[in-house]
Design a protein around this ligand. Structure first.
Ligand SMILES: *[C@@H]1O[C@H](CO)[C@@H](O)[C@H](O)[C@H]1NC(C)=O
Ligand SMILES: [Cu+2]
Length: 184
């Protein structure tokens, strides 16, 4: 069964390397929910939909819910609970400490509401659609930071690792060790 072990090891290594390349090539974006309004009962029902429509979300990006602890909270919920403002089946734990940073870990639709009584009904709810792969087209307008050409990635190639910074190499090494630990 040594062959199967080698095959699964190679698979894990390729997965880890591919994941890292995604992380390195696509810089994560931090999205402050509601912009300068933050996370609160909105003055109108279009604040959060309008804000979400102005953003491009990718896996690995973060949402910053800016609120004062004790005045609001954040629950990720299913679509039906978002629509009905139900707090009974949150996905994961309720975030009670603000400001709160939430990392987007999967593509598709994500729904967040405030669990304080009446807040969601008053429009304090957010739905976002996360692209299934990191966007390579039209980066957001640059105020600061790099806007150079995207380095061409060669998925599955070992040589790509040689151009990565040492911190990334250390992370790769760590992931390889973790991968090996999971082998039978
Ligand atoms: C809703 O409120 C936000 C925040 O005050 C404001 O920027 C936006 O223009 C308002 N939208 C409408 C349609 O009134
Ligand atoms: Cu609230």
């Amino acid at each position: 069964m040594a062959g199967a072990q080698v095959a699964s090891a190679v698979g894990l290594v390729l997965m880890a390397t591919g994941l890292l390349q995604c992380l390195v090539v696509a810089a994560a974006t931090s999205h402050t929910v509601g912009g300068s309004s933050g996370w609160r009962i909105p003055p109108n029902a279009t604040l959060y939909p309008d804000w979400a429509a102005s953003q491009t979300f990718a896996v690995g990006d973060t949402l910053v819910f800016d609120f004062t602890t004790g005045t609001h909270d954040v629950l990720e919920v299913a679509k039906s609970d978002y629509e009905s403002c139900s707090t009974s089946n949150p996905i994961g734990s309720t975030i009670t400490t603000g400001p709160a940073t939430v990392t987007i870990t999967s593509a598709g639709e994500h729904y967040y509401i405030c669990g304080f009584s009446g807040h969601c009904d008053a429009g304090q709810k957010l739905s976002i659609t996360v692209a299934s792969s990191p966007s390579t087209t039209s980066p957001p307008p640059t105020s600061t930071g790099s806007n150079g050409p995207t380095p061409s990635a060669t998925p599955g190639s070992d040589s790509a690792a040689s151009s990565l910074p040492s911190g990334v190499k250390a992370t790769v090494a760590l992931l390889l060790l973790i991968s090996l630990a999971f082998l039978p």
